[in-house]
Every structure is written in C-alpha cells, then in structure tokens.
Design a protein around this ligand. Structure first.
Ligand code: ZN
Length: 358
C-alpha cells in the first residue's frame, strides 16, 4: 500500500488535507492510475461534509470528490484502449461491467466507485494526487481535441446526470418541460431538453446568475420560485399542465410541487437525492389521486465510457457550452476546502467551482 495527498472530511463542516490517502502499489490488470489535472466539488460532496458523512460513515477520513479529469500515469497489463499520457474524463459513477445489474441493463446500479469500491474499498474519492480506477477501458473517456479541461470536468456528473434525466424523460418534439431547480444539473437539464426537441422549457429558480445561463441554454420561460403564484403562472403561460417535469434539487416537499404542474399521463424525472431520512409526502390530489397515469422516475447519473464520450462529443461539436456553469476558479489542492465552503455557506454567486491541480 502507498499513500498520497488528498482532501478528506474530518467531521461536520470540517475538511483537511491529508497525506494518508491509500493507493494500491500497482493497478490491477484492467486498472489505471490517474494524476488529476482539474477537480470540481459538487453539492453531494458538500452534503457529506456538512453532515460529517452521516449517510456514508465509512467515508469519514477518506478522500472526497467524484468529478475529475486527469492524465494517465500507469496502466494495467490488460488495458487496451488507453495509455500513459492520455488525458481522460473519469466516471463519477463506476459501473461494474461484470455484474448481474449490467446484464440486466442497469449497470450503474452496481458501482465500483468511492461509495462501494470493490477490490480496493479504502480508495475514497478523486480529490487526491493519484487516483486509482479499476476498469479503465470501460469507465474512462478521452478528452476530445479542442475541449478544455474546464469543459471536460463538467461532463462526468453535470452532463452525464442531466442528460440521463432527459434521456429517461424522452420528451416529444415541441413538448413542454419544466425544470424545477436550476443549479448546475438543472441548467444542464434545460440544455438537454432543448437539444432533445422540447418546445417550451420553463426554468424555475431564484438566482439571477442561473436565470442568465438558463436563458443562454435556451429556456423559453424564466420562473421565480419565490413568487408564491409561480405554479399558477406556469399553468397560465403553458395553457395547462406541462408534459414533463425534471426535479433538480430542493427538499422532499418539492415532489408534490413538481407533480402539481404535470399533466395527467406525464412523467416527472426526479434527480434530487434524499438523504435526510424524512418521508416523501405526496399530496394525492396532485398525483391524480393515484390513478392519473403520472409516472415518477428516480434517476441518477449514468456513467460509462460510451455515455461520457457522447457528452464530450456534444461539447466538441459546440452543442453544449458547459463552461458557462463555472463561476469560481482556484489553483492547488489546498484550495479545495475553500471551494467547498462556497456550498456550505450557500454562496448565491456560485454555480460550479473548479480547482486546477497546479
Ligand atoms: Zn457531483
């Protein structure tokens, strides 16, 4: 076992730079070592920090982080498509491709990431100096020519999650979509819905900076969540309930709000994570009293080489400008706690921070 520097959560709202983050001495035959070039913290990292890893206690003291791009420094003997020096996007979720879940078409439901490392459970997240990945050929993607590091690091979670939500919503051409919550994933969902052929796209949020990006991404209606009549306003502007809802953030109570603007027979894709332990209450009336044919889908990030490569292609072709999400830039691992504080302090100027490893 070797050790490297990494950013770890040490307790509620406390982080530290540690030099005791474990790395195996050699990658397994299908594995690789990656030296990070850029990291991006995320709301879920901040949640772990705010709660002192309450939902995943074994992560306490281990490295945090799951959005990273880097350069390959070593590959195992069976890696075929990647070599030392390649600049790659690293999966946020790491499906185990030799699993029953993969054969069942739900590969991401059996993961080998920091949440459930299979052959090296001590690994932790990717905010480290040297990251170990077990299945390089399946769970890395090359950064295409012309795509910047800042753009690339928005791929593994922001794009892979939001576009997966819209893929599962599968809007018809010209349909009306409401995105409830326009943080970085919600904003990407706006862009994804536009590219997927939606007509009206309602971006529901409260921060001016996010409204600006939503507008640039093609939202047709900017709706202020703090306006207590915002739902009536959507129904009026849309001429009735919308065809699809994407829920990106907020508490358990938002589910009912999302359903209340959804047509009967429509689909709500939930992209929020609920860790509080509170029950999710649904007002029966907004769910058509249980027989309104309203589908609720709980969807998480899709991670794999193919999906990440497709997302990167969207960037390379100029269809998505993910760098618009980046509001804060730092240099050096020591700045990661400062970047995380933006989340913990609910900084209203924040959409996404990035930290260069230089
Ligand atoms: Zn993330």
């Amino acid at each position: 076992m070797n050790y490297c520097k990494g950013t770890v959560i040490t307790g509620k709202n406390t982080m530290a730079i540690s030099d005791r983050c474990p790395v195996p001495e050699e990658p397994c035959p299908t594995g690789a070592f990656i030296r990070p070039l850029i990291w991006s913290p995320c709301t879920s990292d901040a949640h772990l920090c705010a709660t002192g890893c309450e939902s995943l206690p074994y992560l306490l003291g281990k490295a945090v982080g799951h959005e990273m791009c880097g350069e390959i420094t070593k590959v195992g003997s069976e890696v075929q498509d990647f070599k030392v020096g390649d600049r790659v996007i690293v999966c946020s979720v790491m499906p185990v491709w030799r699993s029953m879940e993969a054969q069942d078409g739900h590969a991401k439901q059996h993961q080998d990431n920091m949440y459930a490392g299979v052959d090296f459970p001590d690994r932790g997240g990717s905010f480290v100096e040297e990251y170990y990945i077990r299945d390089a050929d399946m769970n890395l993607a090359l950064i295409p020519e012309g795509v910047s590091l800042e753009q690339a690091v928005m791929v593994p979670d922001m794009m892979c999650t939001a576009f997966e939500g819209v893929r599962q919503l599968a809007p018809e051409f010209g349909s009306s979509i409401a995105v409830l919550g326009i943080g970085p994933v919600g904003l990407m969902a706006v862009r994804a819905a536009v590219l997927h052929g939606a007509g009206s796209v309602f971006a529901i949020g409260s921060r001016q900076k996010c409204f600006e990006v939503a507008s640039e991404y093609g939202a047709t209606h900017l709706v202020d969540y703090h306006n207590e009549n915002y739902r009536e306003q959507i129904l009026k502007d849309n001429g009735g309930p919308v065809d699809g809802v994407i829920l990106c953030g907020g508490s358990e109570k938002e589910l009912s709000k999302g359903l209340s603007i959804l047509k009967k027979g429509g689909t709500l894709v939930n992209m929020s994570a609920y860790f509080s332990g509170a029950p999710i209450e649904i007002d029966p009336a907004v769910w058509g009293f249980g027989y309104g044919d309203k589908i609720i889908k709980g969807v998480g990030c899709a991670g794999e080489r193919l999906w990440m490569s497709r997302m990167a292609k969207l960037v390379a072709c100029g269809r998505v400008a993910p760098e618009k999400l980046i509001t804060h830039r730092y240099h050096g691992m020591d700045k990661i706690p400062e970047a995380m504080d933006l989340f913990l302090n609910h900084d209203r100027s924040l959409i996404k921070p990035v930290i260069y490893n230089d």
